[in-house]
Ligand binder design. Structure first.
Ligand code: 26M
Length: 822
């Protein structure tokens, strides 16, 4: 792959200005005097969208004429955030648009705040998909993102009396200026019903699925603008609708009112994103969502393939590669088999060769509770033909297992796609491995553990199928757009082509010891902290001093991510300060952002505990401004873009072996925050890049966690032998942090003791506390800290999502770039 050069479109300021005003008048029916920020935002979007759509048309023409192989990224989640700033930067129109608006008396930064986040994802997995489609377009690779057009994205979080309240997210209430509805490409999706076995003329058995319900899939296209503004790919999201002419088949004929009920059911499919980032076993609607978007997307791909190749399937897997973002779209595997067998009437081996050369699967987790399983009975009800096909896939796979491990029943049970038991289950991970030509983990350690612990026998059966592609992040959003001051400084120092070639940041290392550059770098950090301090005041009413260390933990709330380890340490600092008012520490602000799954009780208890401890500490004069704790409500992409440029310290403290990769770790380090972290996920590779002297590593390793687990971990050993740990845990049971409500925080203590402390919080506490003392010492040495921060930014080149995508292209997709003509 060649690295594109700077190819930004230089649009005249005057043209932009005219376009904005034209849209204000002609699209929005208002004028310069009446327009509020929302109207200006919409008019500006419309003006930008004109440029975007022109490039989209050119891109599609070019891909069509070249009949290119393309990747189809299937993902139940795309956490896009806001698009205006990104599109302006990628089109190379940011400055001109800013000036155009200034001349109109409008502030671009203000109107960008009008844009609601597109929060169609939970966290890391969804944001990864968004970074990947940015990189695919930037690298001029033919690609389509496929997903669900949720009416409501991830819930909006409010904090009331310290507790999380979930409110609906309505990102499209006032219209989404970026999306285009494509009714000409509606698909029909069958569900329920039964399978009829027929005998064809040649005596061959034919299966016919008689669905009980058909729903429509209406596609919405979101243009994805590559950096440089040449390639514009699409993200195609499916909305479910009732099918107006076919609701129930003859066996279920109902009246008009019954049909209305079916309409509601059909339209429920794309209503809401599941707010859980692990499996909720047995949620019928979730399986239907998965099948709905996978089936719509496959039909869309096949329609396009047939336009070029007719009924000749022989080139399908050389033109089409489908990447499964986790197992959520794995149902696409039996769906493609169904189409090839029942519709195209291919024989099994031909169909299987096509299908298994089309799919590749990315695993994002080792946590057993997050591995998807669906009850076979549920499958039978919703997708009866698919269950038959899965059984046949499994039967043939079991014959392969028999060849490798003859007579080994236990092995067959272990590897089977079907988990036997009182309630048979379909294991989507096993189906994905069997039905794909490549499987990857998302960081070196994670991929090694996928091979060693999760799928060792598959690795033995198909050497080379399991591989690694370390995650990455787009530097366009996560440095250039979100941290304009630092970006400009970098431009001045090393030139402006680093967003396309992030390894160029290496050159900053030459200035790591340069006093003037250190001063400039830290001055920008300080100004970003001032801006965040204002935001914190506005959102929470809390005053924070930008001269304090801003110590940040922003991610979904999970026990394995150990926000409670951070909290226990904050309580320890508080206690030390109360015991000794002269306790020597540089002032620190601990900043949290985290949503808990609505049904995850302990996660919500931890949010409550953070808020209660925060209130007590923030109002305690005795800490003398040395300690502040801030929980920022409604953490989301657009809030991350404000926090990350202002962070000094990045908390990446998961139990070793539990965080597949992490990507926030990369964003924070890129913006000059120093990591305090465990040897887990991509932290290990970050440490390799920045060097051990520029990161604060602590805690047990994967092997040590394993060993501890095997010898029998007893959290009471730490409680009984460490006075600080005992005091802190006992403190949680008093009403010190919850006046009048003793025991309100007891569940936390309980989970760490009687609950067995499954994520080894207490085992890592001392080491974590010691690492924080090193952080404090390092910060006091301003020269040393500045150098370390600069080197973090300088060494993040590896973690551009462009590199991840190039790895996917080389190791899995085998795609070629397709330049878009002028
Ligand atoms: C599954 C079934 C039903 C409802 C929801 C789900 C589900 C949704 C999201 C399960 C998992 C989901 O996301 C997991 C996730 O975000 N994993 C993270 O992926 C990142 C990108 O690879 C990694 O960096 C993180 O380490 C990993 O936790």
């Amino acid at each position: 792959l060649s690295t594109p050069i700077d190819k930004s479109i230089k649009l005249d300021k005057k043209i932009i200005k005219d376009a904005i005003v034209r849209h204000l008048h002609c699209s929005l029916g208002t004028d310069e005097n009446k327009a509020n920020n929302h109207a200006w935002w919409k008019a500006t979007c419309a003006a930008v969208q004109e440029q975007v759509l022109e490039q989209l048309r050119k891109t599609q023409k070019s891909h069509y004429l070249n009949d290119t192989r393309a990747v189809h990224y299937f993902s139940a989640e795309f956490l896009m955030g806001r698009l205006m700033s990104n599109n302006l930067h990628n089109l190379g129109m940011f400055e001109q648009t800013q000036q155009a608006l200034t001349e109109l008396g409008v502030n671009l930064t203000d109107i960008m705040e009008e844009e609601p986040d597109m929060a169609l994802g939970n966290g890391g997995l969804g944001r990864l998909a968004a970074c990947f489609i940015d990189s695919l377009a930037t690298l001029d690779l033919p690609a389509v993102g496929y997903g669900l057009h949720y009416e409501h994205g991830l819930f909006r979080q409010e904090i009331k009396n310290g507790e999380q309240i979930e409110r609906p997210d309505s990102w499209r209430d006032y219209g989404n200026p970026w999306e285009i509805c494509r009714p000409e490409s509606i698909q029909e999706i069958p569900l329920y019903g039964y399978v009829e076995t027929k005998y064809g003329d040649n005596g061959r058995i034919k299966k016919e699925w008689h669905p009980g319900l058909i729903v429509k899939g209406l596609p919405w296209d979101i243009p994805v603008v590559g950096y440089g503004g040449k390639t514009v790919n699409v993200l195609r999201l499916w909305q479910s609708q009732a099918s107006d002419y076919f609701n129930w088949d003859v066996f279920n004929a109902g009246g008009y009112l019954d049909a209305q009920k079916e309409n509601v059911q059909a339209e429920t499919i794309s209503k809401v994103l599941y707010p859980n980032d692990e499996t909720e076993a047995g949620k019928e609607l979730r399986l239907i969502q998965q099948y709905f978007f996978s089936a719509c997307s496959l039909k869309d791909i096949i329609r396009r393939y047939k336009r070029a190749h007719g009924d000749n399937w022989s080139r399908f897997s050389s033109q089409v590669v489908i990447q499964l973002n986790d197992t959520h779209p794995a149902i696409a595997i039996p769906e493609l088999m169904r189409i090839l067998l029942d519709r195209a009437e291919l024989d099994w081996d031909t169909a299987w060769a096509i299908s298994s050369n089309t799919f590749a699967y990315t695993n994002h987790t080792l946590l057993p509770e997050a591995l998807e399983k669906w009850p076979a009975r549920m499958f039978e009800k919703i997708l009866p033909r698919h269950l038959e096909i899965i059984y046949e896939i499994n039967h043939r796979f079991m014959l392969e297992v028999e060849k490798v491990w003859p007579g080994n029943v236990a092995m067959k049970q272990k590897l089977s796609i079907i988990e036997e038991g009182s309630d048979k289950m379909v294991r989507m991970g096993n189906l994905s491995v069997v039905g794909s030509f490549k499987v990857n983990g998302v960081a070196e350690i994670h991929s090694a553990l996928v091979k060693k612990n999760l799928f060792p026998e598959f690795d033995h059966m198909w050497p080379g199928k399991l591989t690694n592609v370390t995650n990455g992040i787009t530097p366009r959003r996560w440095l250039k757009a979100c941290n304009p001051k630092l970006s400009n400084l970098i431009d001045d120092k090393i030139g402006s082509d680093w967003p396309l070639d992030l390894n160029k940041l290496q050159e900053l290392a030459n200035y790591a010891d340069n006093a003037k550059f250190q001063k400039q770098f830290m001055q920008i950090k300080f100004e970003n902290k001032q801006a965040l301090a204002i935001e914190i005041k506005a959102l929470t009413g809390i005053d924070v001093d930008p001269k304090a260390i801003f110590d940040v933990q922003i991610k979904r709330l999970h026990e394995y991510k150990r926000q409670h380890l951070n909290l226990l340490h904050i309580m320890a600092l508080y206690r030390r300060l109360l015991a000794n008012p002269n306790y020597d520490m540089h002032p620190r602000v601990f900043i949290f952002g985290a949503k808990a799954a609505p049904g995850y009780k302990l996660a919500k208890d931890i949010i409550y505990a953070i808020n209660q401890v925060a209130t007590r500490i923030n109002n305690d004069k005795r800490v003398n401004g040395k300690l502040k704790v801030v929980f920022l409500p409604n953490y989301r992409v657009s809030l991350a873009e404000k926090i990350i440029p202002a962070a000094d310290v990045s908390e990446q403290i998961s139990t070793a072996g539990k965080e597949a990769s992490g990507t926030g770790n990369m964003k924070l380090s890129l913006n000059g925050a120093l990591t305090i972290g465990t040897l887990d996920g991509a932290n290990i590779e970050i440490a390799e890049e920045v060097g051990d002297e520029n990161i604060f590593i602590f805690g047990l390793t994967v092997d040590e966690i394993d060993a501890l687990h095997k010898t029998g971990y007893n959290p009471f050993d730490y409680y009984d032998n460490n006075r600080e740990i005992k005091a802190i845990l006992d403190w949680l049971e008093t009403d010190y942090f919850t006046p009048g409500k003793p025991g309100a925080l007891a569940s936390l203590k309980h989970s760490l003791l009687e609950g067995g402390d499954p994520y080894k919080v207490l085992a890592d506490f001392e080491s974590y506390s010691a690492a924080h003392e090193k952080v404090d010492a390092a910060y006091k040495d301003t020269t040393r800290w500045a150098k370390m921060a600069i080197l973090n930014s300088a060494k993040m080149g590896k973690f551009t999502s462009d590199r991840s995508i190039k790895d996917y292209v080389e190791r899995i997709w085998k795609l070629e770039a397709c330049k878009v003509d002028e």
